[in-house]
Design a protein around this ligand. Structure first.
Ligand SMILES: Cc1cc2nc3c(=O)[nH]c(=O)nc-3n(C[C@H](O)[C@H](O)[C@H](O)COP(=O)(O)OP(=O)(O)OC[C@H]3O[C@@H](n4cnc5c(N)ncnc54)[C@H](O)[C@@H]3O)c2cc1C
Length: 380
């Protein structure tokens, strides 16, 4: 192996896999990539966010530097994902209609600049008052994508290996261990989600449901007293059901909570959500919140008649979104002896939406820093 250089990428979530694939497009003949992680796509862990993601693409309006940076990453990811959806059917991506219904739109939704900064879709359309359900004050539709997240991650891992990438299962206590995992490691790419001791990192809990095969009796309309009594609880929970829907619909309720349905391609069911709980470490799902989510979904989302008034629940899942104050850290850190750590972590609730843009930004930094020596030789 002397003369060859190994680039170690830490993390096999959507950010690590996307970044490893992007780096592979720019390797010189003397470089290779070793992907090292505690969890790979066949694993399930509350601390491994990617397999639990919805995952749909819904822009977040704003004009802050972070909002604009993310909008740019999201747009590049959107164009990339659309291409993959067309060329690689096994990737688990589907182009679908996205619909948003907001009852109490936050200020950024009413600021036309903040909206036009992020809603880049050619077919974007504001909905007229007569086109939205009663109580909805802001409604839009556009063509977007949904991703079967575990399938997409497994697909990317397969592509990485087919292109010559190597993998190793390992849990780091200190990031500097990565420089000793192979001969001649000069560059370590940190796609660990939460970073290593970064005080700005924190987790946002989210849940799905796990009663494999059980049918949950939720009437597809009425709003019960019991549910009213738990309406203000914010458990950060989502739910995977078998019932199909044809579009991804997001609804903001007057009390500020959000509901959404996301069809998972390749017969992966439908994700029903959901709330977010920053800094919440409780690993246990809540049956009451499951009922709340399903009841809301039954009122607002067009499940097909064969549901027969019931939801067919697949599972509860609790996942932790790896968030970071101020947004993602994407930068090169020189650590001495000609060694560098390229950081790309802290995607929070938007890892899939930003993935390709983040991977390109991390790769561009490596090219600028001379850590990759050859320009693109292949794409996709
Ligand atoms: C319920 C839920 C719904 C979501 N919905 C969406 C959505 O609709 N759209 C969207 O874009 N995003 C969504 N997200 C967010 C998305 O899942 C995350 O942003 C994304 O998965 C983060 O990817 P990541 O690669 O940074 O982190 P992860 O997927 O957590 O991967 C981190 C990797 O680093 C490895 N690692 C960490 N520490 C170590 C260590 N010490 N040693 C070795 N390896 C280590 C892990 O094993 C893993 O391989 C959702 C998340 C949840 C939980």
């Amino acid at each position: 192996m002397s003369g060859t250089e190994t680039i170690v990428v830490i993390g096999a979530g959507v950010i690590g896999l996307s970044t490893a694939l992007s780096i592979q497009e720019h390797l010189s003949s003397t470089q290779s990539v070793l992907l090292v992680a505690r969890d790979f796509p066949s694993d399930t862990s509350i601390n491994y966010a990617s397999p639990w993601a919805g995952a749909h693409y819904r822009p977040v309006p704003g004009s802050s530097p972070q909002a604009l940076r993310e909008a740019n990453q999201a747009l590049r990811t959107f164009n990339y994902i659309k291409k993959v959806a067309t060329e690689e059917p096994a990737a688990g991506i589907k182009l679908v209609q996205g619909i948003e219904h907001l009852e109490a739109p936050p200020p950024e939704y009413l600021d036309s600049q903040s909206v036009s900064n992020v809603y880049h879709f050619e077919d974007f359309r504001s909905l007229e008052a007569e086109e939205v359900p009663a109580g909805v004050k802001w409604g839009v539709e556009y063509g977007t994508y949904v991703i079967n997240s575990p399938v997409y991650c497994a697909h990317m891992l397969r592509k990485f290996i087919v292109k010559g990438g190597r993998t190793q299962k390992y849990t780091f206590v200190n990031i500097n261990e990565a420089f000793a995992l192979a001969d001649n490691v000069k560059t370590v790419v940190n796609c660990s989600g939460t970073g290593f001791g970064d005080p700005k990192s924190f987790i946002i809990r989210g849940k799905l449901i796990t009663d494999r095969g059980s049918w949950i009796l939720v009437p597809l309309c009425p709003y019960s007293q019991t549910l009213e009594s738990i309406a203000n609880v914010d458990p950060g929970q989502t739910c995977l059901v078998r019932n199909p829907v044809s579009a991804t619909i997001t609804r903001q309720n007057e009390d500020g909570t959000w509901s959404f349905c996301i069809p998972r391609p390749l017969d992966g069911g439908t994700v029903i959500g959901g709330t977010k709980q920053p800094h919440d470490w409780d690993p246990n799902p809540s049956p009451e919140i499951r009922t709340q989510l399903l009841t809301n979904a039954s009122k607002w989302f067009p499940f097909t008649p064969e549901s027969g008034g019931q939801f067919d629940v697949i599972r509860d899942i609790v996942g932790r979104r790896p968030a970071r104050e101020g947004g993602m850290r994407i930068e090169v850190e020189q650590v001495g002896d000609g060694k560098n750590i390229v950081h790309a972590y802290g995607a929070g609730g938007r890892g899939f939406e930003l993935s390709r843009g983040v991977a390109e930004d991390a790769t561009a930094l490596m090219l600028e820093s001379g850590l990759l020596r050859v320009q693109a030789r292949a794409t996709l």
